[in-house]
Design a protein around this ligand. Structure first.
Ligand SMILES: O=P(O)(O)O[C@@H]1[C@@H](OP(=O)(O)O)[C@H](OP(=O)(O)O)[C@H](O)[C@H](OP(=O)(O)O)[C@H]1OP(=O)(O)O
Ligand SMILES: Nc1ncnc2c1ncn2[C@@H]1O[C@H](COP(=O)(O)OP(=O)(O)O)[C@@H](O)[C@H]1O
Ligand SMILES: [Mg+2]
Ligand SMILES: [Mg+2]
Length: 368
């Protein structure tokens, strides 16, 4: 038993190196919608350079008020983003949380990721009084994905316009209290061990990302509800993080947990803590991967999925964690959705966001 745990910890420590995607195929996924057409997002020097005659540049500022944690501000609001944005007349202005929001601005956009009911009330009230301001994103919709049960609701029923892949969510159930007595319910619900135990609520703390693997029904008593118990899906140790910024989609590969063999399922019992594999730092070491595991999800499939998700979730800034069932022909499972995730880890995120706000500014001017 101890031998298994030690080797598993070693293995996961090795695996928690991230798998960056500097390989060519990934760049191909930088894209956005123009009308019905998918077009590459435009970068500086690709026909969208700012000229002296651009009217928006000369006469109008587009102001993005932001309310972010200091950690998020540091990772997201980097000098390169601010510089590129300024060239397009886009300015980021900090919202002062000690002053009424309605006395600040004027803002064209409010960009926010803060927790708590008080902030939710402030931003909802502000949106009601300032319908002309785009709030990214509506707090009610964000709240829905802070609960790991409601987060995945509706996903398995999506009607996708592309059939090059299919989408599922792992079988799961919620345990609100007394995890010891949940064992019978787990069996009744037909859930198969091992199960991933995830804190039900995502509240920005490290604890809400502390996950466990439970190999047998007796080990469930060791878990601390409220939790979600989710079937572990073998996926070859590779996870796809699909970043969404409005109409733009970018996907990166990360190392994840290795497959669990039937032999291991039979021999191992107990509960194991596992490291936060999905948010590890980038590394480009993908040489040893089996191509059938590492191959990115088909582009048309991702486009169709994200289109549906944007409308189901009512969000514009999010990412999804997706895994491909091992040995399957593009059978994917969505296991996690994150609001305003670590975009700094998305290649070229600065240009993607500048384009996103620039398009918004142009749409706003057109509507005037
Ligand atoms: O801190 P980062 O940059 O790793 O970003 C976290 C995300 O990592 P990712 O970008 O998906 O690799 C992270 O994604 P995962 O849950 O690790 O898949 C969350 O979005 C996290 O926010 P929260 O704690 O759920 O509110 C994100 O944390 P915040 O930056 O929002 O605090
Ligand atoms: N059902 C599952 N099957 C296999 N691996 C999983 C499953 N759920 C989570 N994982 C692994 O655990 C990691 C963290 O789980 P996730 O649901 O993304 O939580 P978090 O919000 O903390 O990132 C995933 O990135 C993946 O590596
Ligand atoms: Mg995750
Ligand atoms: Mg998450």
């Amino acid at each position: 038993m101890f031998g298994t745990l030690a080797s598993r910890e070693l293995e996961t420590a090795r695996l928690s190196r991230d798998l960056g995607l500097s390989c060519g195929g990934f760049e191909d996924l930088g894209m956005r919608m123009e009308g019905e057409n998918m077009v590459p997002h435009r970068g500086e020097g690709e026909g969208e350079q700012v000229t002296e005659t651009e009217p928006f540049q000369q006469t109008q500022r587009f102001v993005v008020g932001y309310a972010l944690t200091s950690k998020k501000k540091k990772s997201f609001l980097q000098p390169k983003l601010e510089t590129l944005a300024r060239r397009k007349g886009i300015y980021f202005v900090a919202i002062d949380l000690n002053r009424p929001l309605s006395e600040q601005g004027p803002f064209d956009v409010v960009l926010h990721k803060l927790l708590g009911k008080e902030w939710q009330d402030i931003i909802e009230d502000y949106q009601q009084n300032h319908p002309e301001v785009t709030v990214l994103d509506p707090p009610g919709e964000i709240q829905r994905i802070h609960n790991r049960q409601s987060m995945l609701q509706g996903l398995a029923d999506l009607n996708l316009s592309d059939c090059s892949g299919s989408i599922f969510v792992p079988k799961q159930m919620v345990v609100l209290k007394d995890s010891a007595s949940s064992a019978d319910k787990v069996v009744e619900a037909g859930l198969k061990f091992p199960l991933v135990a995830k804190p039900l609520w995502i509240d920005g703390t490290a604890k809400s990302h502390q996950l466990f693997l439970a190999y047998d029904r007796f080990s469930l008593a060791e878990l601390d509800p409220p939790i979600v118990l989710q079937e572990f899906v073998n996926h070859g140790g590779v996870l796809f993080k699909v970043f969404v910024v409005g109409d733009t989609i970018k996907v990166v590969r990360r190392l994840s947990l290795p497959n669990i063999s039937n032999c291991e399922k039979g021999k191992v019992d107990g509960v194991f803590k596992f490291p936060r594999v999905s948010s590890a730092a980038a590394s480009a070491d993908n040489a040893e991967l089996d191509p059938s595991v590492a191959e990115l999800p088909p582009k048309p499939f991702l486009e169709a999925l994200v289109k549906e998700l944007r409308s189901l979730l009512g969000l514009r800034l999010f990412n999804i964690d997706m895994i491909r069932e091992h040995g399957s022909n593009n059978v994917f499972y969505v296991i996690d959705i994150n609001y305003f995730p670590g975009y700094a880890k998305m290649p070229d995120y600065e240009q993607v966001f500048v384009d996103f706000f620039h398009n918004m500014a142009q749409d706003k001017r057109r509507c005037k």
